[in-house]
Ligand binder design. Structure first.
Ligand SMILES: Nc1ncnc2c1ncn2[C@@H]1O[C@H](COP(=O)(O)OP(=O)(O)OP(=O)(O)O)[C@@H](O)[C@H]1O
Length: 207
C-alpha cells in the first residue's frame, strides 16, 4: 500500500512539509483539512508521484513506487486533466486505452451515465461548464477502479446532485476496499467514518 517515509518538501528553501510519515490502509477514507497554503496539494502531488519530495520516499508495499503501481492510483487534481478539443466520450476512451481497459464502449457509456453526462458523450469538453468538467474528471479518475484514490477538492464546482453522485462513488470504492485520500476545505457529510487529518507546521497529524 502507498506510504510516505520521512517526506519533506521545500520550495525555494522555504519548508512546506516536514518529515511526514503516512501509510494508507485499504478500505479507509482519509480527509485532510488544513488552511490555505499549508501544503495539502503539495502532499497529494507527492503521493501521486507528480512532485518530488526534497527528502524522504514514496513507497508501495515498502518498495519504491514503480510504473505498474501508478495504474492502481486514481488522481483528481484541481486541473481536470482532460482534453478540451476532444468530446467527453473521446476523453474517456483515451484514458481507457491508456489503462488497457475493455470493453471500452460499454465502460465509457456506463461511466458517463454514472456521472450524469450520458447525453453529452459527443460534446467537446471546451464547451462544458465547470461542474460538467468536474463530473467528467471524476469519471476519468474512477474509470480503472483504482485501489488508491487521491482527490484534491473533488466536490468543487459540483451541484447537489453531483455531490450526491460523488459521495455514492466514494462509499462504493471504500466498501470495495479502496483507500481514499481526500483533500477538502469543508467537513463533508459523506456518511462514512473518516480518519481526519490536518497539517500543522508541515506535519500531518490526526484531528
Ligand atoms: N511550484 C511551487 N513553487 C513555489 N512554491 C510553491 C509551489 N507550489 C506550492 N508552493 C507554495 O507551497 C505552499 C503550500 O502550497 P499548497 O498548494 O500545497 O497548499 P494548499 O494547502 O493546497 O493550499 P490551498 O488550500 O490554497 O489549495 C504555499 O505557500 C505555496 O505558495
Amino acid at each position: 500500500m502507498l506510504s510516505l517515509e520521512g517526506v519533506s518538501k521545500e520550495y525555494n528553501l522555504r519548508p512546506v512539509l516536514e518529515n511526514v510519515d503516512l501509510t494508507l490502509q485499504l478500505g479507509l477514507l482519509y480527509t485532510l483539512m488544513a488552511p490555505n497554503g499549508s501544503g495539502k496539494t503539495t502532499l497529494l502531488q507527492i503521493m501521486a508521484g507528480l512532485t518530488r519530495p526534497t527528502k524522504g520516499r514514496v513507497l508501495w508495499d515498502g518498495h519504491p513506487v514503480r510504473p505498474q503501481h501508478r495504474r492502481c492510483i486514481g488522481v483528481l487534481l484541481q486541473q481536470p486533466m482532460l482534453y478540451a478539443d476532444l468530446t467527453a466520450g473521446e476523453n474517456l476512451r483515451f484514458y481507457a486505452g491508456l489503462y488497457g481497459l475493455s470493453p471500452v464502449d460499454r465502460l465509457v457509456s456506463d461511466w458517463l451515465a454514472r456521472v450524469g453526462l450520458a447525453d453529452s458523450i459527443d460534446e467537446r469538453v471546451r464547451n462544458f461548464s465547470k461542474g460538467m468538467r468536474q463530473r467528467l474528471a471524476l469519471a476519468r479518475c474512477f474509470l480503472h477502479d483504482p485501489k488508491v484514490l487521491l482527490l484534491d477538492e473533488p466536490f468543487d464546482g459540483l451541484d447537489e446532485q453531483g455531490r450526491d453522485i460523488l459521495a455514492h462513488l466514494l462509499k462504493g470504492r471504500v466498501a470495495d476496499g479502496a483507500s481514499v485520500f481526500l483533500v477538502t476545505h469543508r467537513s463533508e457529510q459523506l456518511g462514512l467514518p473518516a480518519h481526519r487529518l490536518t497539517l500543522r507546521f508541515g506535519r500531518v497529524i490526526a484531528c
